[in-house]
Design a protein around this ligand. Structure first.
Ligand SMILES: Cc1ncc(COP(=O)(O)OP(=O)(O)O)c(N)n1
Ligand SMILES: Cc1nc(C(=O)O)sc1CCOP(=O)(O)O
Ligand SMILES: [Mg+2]
Length: 207
């Protein structure tokens, strides 16, 4: 499977009361991946929302990824994204099976990405590249990180952190395959604007 394109990530505060219409608008504009990222402990709501997102992703032929929670991903038969403190990749791969999409946060460390590749990651994520209101304290990465990663890795490379339509082009030029975006996509005044932004990100990626 080739993983390239726009990777939308949900945010419970930003999308409060409009999760499904805004996600559907993004899917309408074209998403490769959608990550359900909800840091709450409300398991019933998390299950309900993730199931609804899975239905939408099936309709639009995008892949749903669950942040942090391999058990929920296994229950729904979808992918998972794991950070460096979210548990090891090898058991996640065993749990989810060979076809599942599993992503790994590697900050700015290509060595972590090489290790993730050995442990069965489907893509590796570097960031944050810009100021992020969603995760202001995330460690930073640079275009040099991306150059090194592109030279040393054959896995799809995802970039994240403060990405907008105005700053994404250099990331694509330096080899990013997946643009992972929260505010730059969903921080829009209307669902129509979300669709337009998604289409514009895809144009940047030549998709
Ligand atoms: C695509 C993508 N890349 C990086 C992250 C960050 O994961 P992590 O470091 O585990 O931080 P949280 O998102 O869990 O706060 C991500 N979620 N998605
Ligand atoms: C969830 C997350 N992880 C990051 C990392 O660098 O690992 S940055 C980030 C937030 C991305 O949201 P926005 O597009 O609004 O900046
Ligand atoms: Mg995490």
């Amino acid at each position: 499977m080739t993983l390239r394109g726009l990777y939308a990530i949900t945010d419970s505060q930003l999308l409060a009361g409009k999760l499904l219409p805004y996600v559907e608008a993004a899917l309408d504009g074209g998403l490769t991946l959608l990550q359900y990222r909800d840091k709450s402990t409300d398991d019933a709501r998390r299950l309900r929302e993730a199931e609804a997102l899975r239905g939408l992703c099936e309709r639009y032929k995008a892949h749903l990824i669950i942040n942090d929670d391999g058990e929920l991903a296994a229950r729904l038969g979808v992918g998972v994204h794991l950070g460096q403190t979210d548990g090891p990749l090898t058991p996640a791969r065993a749990l989810l099976g060979p076809q599942a999409i599993i992503g790994s946060t590697c900050h700015s460390q290509v060595e972590l990405a090489e290790q993730a590749a050995k442990e069965g990651a489907s893509y590796v994520a570097f960031g944050r590249f810009f100021n992020s209101s969603t995760k202001p304290g995330a460690p930073t990465a640079t275009l040099e990180t991306l150059d090194q990663a592109r030279a040393r890795l054959s896995l799809p490379i995802c970039v994240i952190g403060g990405i907008t339509l105005d700053n994404a082009a250099p990331l694509v030029a330096h080899g990013a395959d997946l643009l992972a975006v929260v505010h730059g996509l969903f921080g829009a005044e209307s669902a129509r604007e979300v669709t337009l932004r998604a289409k514009a990100f895809n144009t940047l990626l030549s998709i």
